[in-house]
Design a protein around this ligand. Structure first.
Ligand SMILES: [Zn+2]
Length: 106
């Protein structure tokens, strides 16, 4: 079980499942820092996914396996902190290095 998945093709790119958006968001360790623990991940800085016609804005911070949503998020978990779900069994495009939330956030 893991809350963070690596991707094939781009070794610095990782994915977590966002329960606010019900899809994956990726981050790249060229930009963010990651403690390397897929069970209790901490990622810095915050992760901002811009909204568009299909997707709500999502602004979050991942600490010790929990995801905190800032008040400027537009989905129903804004202002809340929840556990990141284990990602292993979620049937999405896990291994696609170009996996982005907007491929499944609809
Ligand atoms: Zn999200």
């Amino acid at each position: 079980m893991a809350k963070i998945l690596s991707t094939e093709g781009i070794p610095t790119r990782f994915v977590f499942f966002c329960p606010g958006c019900s899809c994956g968001h990726w981050f790249d360790t060229k930009i963010w820092t990651y403690n390397g623990n897929p069970d209790k991940p901490t990622i810095r800085a915050s992760i901002l996914v811009h909204g568009n016609g299909f997707r709500k804005k999502c602004h979050s911070m991942v600490t010790d396996g929990k995801i905190q949503y800032f008040d400027d998020s537009e989905h129903e978990l804004k202002g809340q902190t929840v556990d990141l779900p284990d990602f292993d069994e979620i049937d999405l495009i896990k291994k696609d290095p170009f996996f982005k939330g907007d491929q499944t956030c609809r």
